[in-house]
Design a protein around this ligand. Sequence first.
Ligand SMILES: [Mn+2]
Length: 321
Amino acid sequence: MHDYNNYNLEEYLDGVKTIGMCGHIRPDGDCVGSCIGLYGYLKHHYSQIDVDLYLEPIPEEFRFLKYTDEIKNDAGNEKEYDLFIALDASDEERLGDFLPHFKNAKKTLCIDHHISNHSYADDNIVFPNASSTCEVLYTIIDEEKIDYDIACALYLGIIHDSGVFKYSNTSELTMKIAGRLMSKGIPFTEIIDRTFYEKTYIQNQILGRALLESVMFYDGKCVFSVVRKEEFEFYNINASDLDGIVEQLRLTKGVECAIFLYETGELEYKVSLRSKNVLNVSEIATYFGGGGHVRAAGCNMKGTVYDVINNISERIALQLD
Ligand SMILES: [Mn+2]
């Protein structure tokens, strides 16, 4: 079933006594799923190895996963791990506070699926065609050793990064793996509803507002919306409450590219880009110092909203015209 790689995690664990691991800053479903999946796998089947998992605080809805209360939110003292594993992080900077542990380690391994990943670790298992890091992880571990808890974590990551199996990164293999994970008896309906679709009342309100104030441009081929600092304060929300807005914008009929910005500082924005069929948004995000996937990418940009949209539009025009 592992038709795209021959890697085996086992090979990297030879003689290893201590492992540190982490995902990227602002952990999402695939980041948490892959980290918890691998952590559980190592804890369960390699009990002779000391493993520390570092992550920034994770969204509440992922806390049902086993082992989430063992996550270390603080980098703590300097340590020298035999092996440090970075998951779902396209570059070193995305390791945030935990980068020193990565740099200090005797050996490093990166497991990822971002097309913009430039192989920054000693060993890199990076498959841009995989739906998710969880999918890549599944293919390098021993299928029989995946228990219920690990299956829940991997399934969660796959559904989040594939948009519940609808994004173009979803393959036959993705579905086969999901099927195998389902065979472990996981509550898949609940995982999808509770972690992917469910929104709080406030999240629905901010989504509604972002849609109401969205602006179409480029003959209706593009749409953008923005959430400003004042709105963060007014609704008492944080960035994770904005998940799903850009996807709803992308679904607008006739739109090829959706752009969603939220203000992170004075004239500073976090930019999310989504495309439907032709536009390579990873190329655009990378141009502005970010990264991501062909149909979903992001970057940070400075200037007025007008400047930001203008600059992005120029890059879009280069591809579409
Ligand atoms: Mn991912």
